[in-house]
Design a protein around this ligand. Sequence first.
Ligand code: DP6
Length: 377
Amino acid sequence: MIAQDFISKPFSKHISSGSTTWSSPSNIALVKYWGKREPQLPENPSISFTLRNCKTITTLRYSEKKNDGNFSFEIFLDGEKKDDFKHKIETFFNRIKAYAPFLEHYHFTIETKNTFPHSSGIASSASGMSALALCLVDLEKELLQLNDMEGFSANGDLSSDKKSLLDDYFLKKASFLARLGSGSACRSLQGPLVVWGHHDEIEGSTDLFGVSYPFEVHKHFRDYQDVILLVDKGEKQVSSTIGHNLMHGHPFAQERFKQANRNISNLKTILKEGNVDAFINIVESEALTLHAMMMTSQPYFILMKPNTLKIINSIWDFRKKTGSKLCFTLDAGANVHVLFPGNETQKVLDFINNELVVYCENGNYICDQIGIGAKKI
Ligand code: DP6
């Protein structure tokens, strides 16, 4: 598919007002997206586990307005008006308006809430942008009035395979729009594993939107848990857009992009065969490489905190002592995601409570696990 495939068909149905609500989860990358080019395309493919508990629930209310070429919207987080989010949404709307021409025809009220605390240092952009993109695509679906589209039977019903084709198209479109809001958001719509970015060995993978990982996954990886240790709940030191831009002209960039491709090739076999040790090696190396890229860019940053390193060392000691298969990964911040197979849950939670909780801000952590993606509420 190409971007033009997502340009809307002319709308025929007239809708004066309405609302739609979607819930969409966060995701945690195993092979990281770090480096992008216009328009919001990744420099390398990435793959992530979709989460289950950390999610954003967004209601989009729309009422018709005069099309004066402007966007009109307000945004509420947990019932509180958030004018400081407006700039981000305005940028998002500008990026997607060619694909969502109805944006200038409506006044929108966006009501959003997260199941995780806003001040937890967990980025809500992946879950937030994907939930909003799904609401917008849902409105578009309404406006297109299904009978106007090809593939309908004489009585106006969609045959079931046509219906799933249509659902498939809208899912892709929602992921495509979410990507234009925040790259990693395009990996949040489905689960449990999603690939974003073209990879030669993954059929259907594309830079335009996220796709469900299409190959066999060993049972060892089907109930993975993710405990997020909140080391630093502050605002991000470096916005991800600034961070991605640091890869332009970075001395190690090209080698890094090749490495991400290699890691995904290797993960294919690892995921199929259930090789957890090799999985740990790739996931931890990816996390440290992401931070190495930040430490070696101009300007340079250290986003880990002393407690991040203490946690990493404790995880390594625990693994050595007990043979546990837990491992860590990091995003562009100090918090640590502890990943482990479901059958180790009790053992790892005991370890976290006994040894790691002291390194968390106010002793806070969030228990999550892999999930299957977004849903309409
Ligand atoms: C480190 O998706 O937040 O979490 O596209 O600028 O919104 P933008 O960036 P964003 O980048 C996330 C990067 C990462 C790694 C990953 O999730 O793959």
